[in-house]
Write a protein that binds this ligand. Structure first.
Ligand code: SF4
Length: 427
């Protein structure tokens, strides 16, 4: 099976070029893709035309690698729970606009269907597109706004997150299930190149979310999260969302709300998605009753991390300390690992990752697709030529081999799954 290359006419119409097979991209290189790495485009995925970019394909007769001059290149945005194995292969014109903050996975056409280079890394269905019911979301919004008329956070989750951004986590909250978001911080102590909640004026792209513009109180947090933990299946409440800065900057409010929550219920998991920059704050939250942490990063190589996160006042080692502290208190630790084929699977990155897993006793890697313009990212990281690589699928297999207790996924696990995991470890 070799899918044909896709191209667009620049008006949103997509066609296959039957003279060219689709290729994948890793780092700066266009490469052939193995059959096992192609899957049908999953439900909830979408296709993008890439203005100012020509697709790179392989001639079906001669095998020659050449550009498709029939239209713009096409890439896929693959849905949550799936990890992209190759980027879309294309050549960018000098005046091409920077692409917005989405992932650009290789896509092709085979036997009248769209295919992408990806694998399903997570069986949890919490963000399946088909699982959302707009009717029950609307009635959930109506009921919970009535139930908490003075709660600014519930109003934000309703009007901004669920109804404007269509945030999967917020919609699950209003459907009364699974993971519920708790955005708290209008500020951040990092300046990530691809921040989705804040982009400097001078940047050529805009952030896909506006940052929260108020500081919620512990009372506002506790008011809606306790009933969720008490009533939702597999309940999780999570600090640290796409529509805010860094939650650890609000650690006193988080500490007070965790203490208050645990006075009312022992159910579910209290999680924080964070850049991990303040280990002391993390220790205070663990003492208060935090159950799990997810630390986000583009790379476990300090130099590449610092070039991307551009921290105001912390070092790479701080997030390593935060991961260790969570394990010291028996909590669950995950990496929110931004997967970029050609960087994530480079020899240097893989060696650094093995060291971090060993050093921190990490429980889980969430293999997330990196939502960023590939050329723009590599330029900002100063990567002029491709690295020596192992392949995304190969590093996953190697890690499974070396770290049998390490879990892979895409989402924060509920307490029930952590226990299952821990139980499976014990035997
Ligand atoms: S840590 Fe998060 S909020 Fe802060 S700059 Fe980075 S992506 Fe943005």
């Amino acid at each position: 099976m070799q899918p044909f290359l896709l191209y667009s006419d620049g008006k949103g119409n997509i066609f296959e070029d039957t003279s060219l097979y689709a290729l994948g991209r890793t780092g700066w290189d266009a490469v052939e893709v193995e059959e096992q790495d192609w899957i049908l485009l999953p439900n909830g995925g979408s296709l993008y035309e890439l203005p100012g970019r020509r697709g790179i394909g392989q001639d079906v007769n001669t095998g020659e690698i050449r550009l498709c001059m029939k239209g713009w290149a096409v890439a896929a945005f693959i849905p949550p729970a799936h990890t992209g194995l190759y980027l879309a292969a294309y050549e960018t014109a000098p005046d091409a606009p920077t692409l917005p903050l989405f992932c650009y996975t290789a896509a092709g056409w085979y036997q009248n269907q769209f295919y992408v280079t990806a694998l399903r890394i997570e069986q949890d269905i919490r963000q399946e597109a088909a699982g959302y019911d707009d009717q029950s979301i609307s009635s959930g919004v109506e009921n919970l706004l009535k139930a908490y008329p003075h709660n600014r956070l519930v109003a934000h989750l309703a009007n901004t997150c669920a109804l404007t951004y269509h945030c999967p986590a917020a919609r699950n909250y209003f459907m009364g299930r699974w993971e519920c978001p708790i955005p708290t911080s209008p500020a951040c102590n990092a300046n990530c190149v691809g921040c989705i909640s804040f982009q400097p004026q001078e940047e050529s792209i805009t952030s896909s979310h506006d940052r929260l513009n108020f500081k919620p109180t512990a009372e506002e947090i506790v008011e809606y999260t306790v009933p969720h933990l008490e009533s939702a299946p597999f309940p999780i409440v999570s600090f640290g969302q796409g529509c805010e800065g860094e939650p650890l900057l609000m650690w006193e409010t988080l500490r007070d709300s965790i203490i208050e929550i645990r006075k009312h219920t022992q159910k579910g998991s209290i999680n924080i998605n964070t850049n991990g920059s303040k280990p002391d704050a993390v220790e205070a939250l663990m003492k208060a009753g935090l159950n799990s942490i997810r630390v986000s990063l583009n790379s476990v190589q300090p130099e590449l991390y610092m070039k991307y996160y551009l921290p105001n006042n912390y070092e790479f080692q701080d997030l390593i300390e935060s991961l260790k502290i969570v394990r010291k208190y028996g909590g669950w630790s995950s990496l929110n690992y931004f997967v970029f084929p050609g960087m994530t699977d480079s020899v240097a990155e893989f060696e650094a990752l093995r060291k971090v897993i060993r050093e921190t006793g990490l429980n889980m890697i969430q293999w997330r697709n990196f939502n960023i313009d590939p050329d723009w990212y590599l330029h900002r990281m100063g990567i002029g030529e491709s690295n020596e690589i192992y392949g995304i699928r190969n590093i996953m297999a190697e890690l499974k081999e070396e770290f049998s207790e390490l879990k892979f996924g895409y989402f924060n696990p509920p307490i029930e799954r952590m226990v299952d995991f821990e139980h499976s470890f014990a035997h």
